[in-house]
Design a protein around this ligand. Structure first.
Ligand SMILES: NC(=O)c1ccc[n+]([C@@H]2O[C@H](COP(=O)([O-])OP(=O)(O)OC[C@H]3O[C@@H](n4cnc5c(N)ncnc54)[C@H](O)[C@@H]3O)[C@@H](O)[C@H]2O)c1
Length: 384
């Protein structure tokens, strides 16, 4: 029986050929911090893309980055505006900290440049709406950098839900997080209010939300009761080598929420950069016919922590079916860049469209607002 059920989900990895073109696309990199490295590594593998310009606010950072990455004859700029004003580009990767995602994306789209925007989409719902208005007016591709979506196990979660095997989904528990894992290896850009803007909630919470919302078809969020705290980030002894980071900490290190989604689904969410617990729990998707357990990971970066299990009934007996881990061929970052370039060449739908991630951002924004008010709120999403 287990075999039969597994066959239903049998995975044929996407055979879609890349749309590699003869034309060489001119690419700009905005923000040359940590995440810019896998972007550049991936572009360098694409014969139809050439990085012609890089920008960073920090003096000398873009230059040092180009040297490290072996990029030659690249024009350097001090910010996104200078870069976009002086270059004729086909596309940019926006690899800046969260608080400048919106201004960079809007400026690029207004200049008629295709945009690959790192996750989270931005900080607030208002920013997301402004980005999407610019996207609509530009008619360009905007893709949001959720590479875990390209993982075969993530695709499997969606296949299982969409196959109907779970019946009607009515409850989802998601999130997870780290016992100690406030990200400060490169300074305070993730933890300061004016650069990160949102903490664990935006950094890794957006992955948990995308994992389940994508699987169930991104239903509209209706109401949210949110909580957030900062008990660890504000302690000087959390950072033995940099006690001064505590004063810079201006975001959440833990967040939780109860969200009602269109279609009668409730979403029970929690996420942590730091807590006195090993895991905030596995992801559970409960349906009227079966339930799916997706093991959490220690690091929580949007990946699956082990074999998933389906809890269902066969001839009146309660049984479990293990869904073995599926190996993903290739590197997720390379695939993220390639699928983006393919969309730029072919036009059509963005690989990870803003229309979906808007709901992810609306939940994050709702959790923030509700936590600050100390009560449940309705999520209102303006028309674009
Ligand atoms: N997809 C992933 O797996 C993944 C992993 C890590 C980080 N990220 C995301 O990538 C983003 C950047 O993360 P990071 O670790 O590289 O941060 P970082 O702080 O190392 O680098 C960000 C850089 O952007 C520059 N910058 C900010 N605004 C700018 C502007 N207007 N013009 C030019 N440069 C500007 C900063 O000076 C900084 O050097 C964050 O939003 C983060 O959530 C995604």
């Amino acid at each position: 029986m287990s075999e039969d059920i597994l066959n239903k989900f049998k995975q044929v990895q996407d055979e879609k050929k890349s749309a590699e073109s003869d034309k060489v696309l001119k690419i700009g990199i905005i923000g040359t911090g940590w995440i810019a490295e896998p972007h550049v590594t991936a572009y360098l593998k694409c014969k139809d893309a050439k990085i012609v310009a890089c920008a960073d606010l920090v003096d000398g950072k873009a230059e040092a980055f180009c040297k490290k990455m072996g990029l030659e004859n690249v024009r350097l700029y001090r910010n996104h505006k200078e870069l976009l004003d002086n270059e004729e580009l086909d596309a940019v990767s926006i690899c800046t900290y969260n608080c400048t995602h919106a201004e960079c994306a809007i400026y690029a789209l207004e200049k008629g440049v295709n945009v690959l925007l790192e996750k989270p989409m931005c900080v607030t719902l208002d920013e997301a709406i402004a980005i999407m208005k610019a996207e609509k007016a530009s008619n360009k591709i905007l893709s949001i950098g959720f590479q875990p979506r390209l993982d075969e196990n993530m695709k499997m979660i969606k296949k299982i839900v969409q196959s109907g095997e779970l019946g009607e989904v009515y409850y989802i528990q998601t999130g997870g997080g780290r016992r100690r894992g406030i990200p400060t290896p490169f300074g305070t850009s993730f933890i300061a209010k004016d650069t990160g803007g949102i903490g664990a909630l935006g950094d890794i919470g957006c992955y948990s939300l995308d994992m389940v919302l994508n699987a169930v078809g991104y239903p509209k969020p209706l109401t949210v009761s949110g909580y957030k705290s900062d008990f660890f980030g504000k302690r000087p002894n959390y950072y033995p080598n940099h006690p001064e980071y505590a004063a810079a900490f201006g975001v959440d290190d833990f967040a939780a929420a109860f969200v009602r989604l269109e279609g009668g689904i409730v979403l029970d969410f929690r996420i942590s950069w730091a807590m006195n617990m090993d895991t905030a729990g596995d992801t559970l998707i409960l349906g009227t016919k079966a339930g799916l357990r997706i093991p959490s990971t220690e690091c929580w970066n949007g990946s699956v922590g082990g074999a998933m299990k389906l809890y269902h009934e066969v001839c009146g007996k309660q049984v479990e079916t293990v869904i073995p881990i599926i190996e993903t061929k290739g590197n997720l970052f390379d695939m993220k860049i390639r699928t983006f370039l393919d969309a730029v060449i072919e036009g059509g739908e963005s690989p990870i469209p803003s229309s979906q991630i808007l709901y992810n951002q609306a939940i994050i924004d709702g959790i923030n607002k509700s936590a600050e008010l100390g009560r449940e709120i309705e999520i209102e999403i303006p028309q674009i």
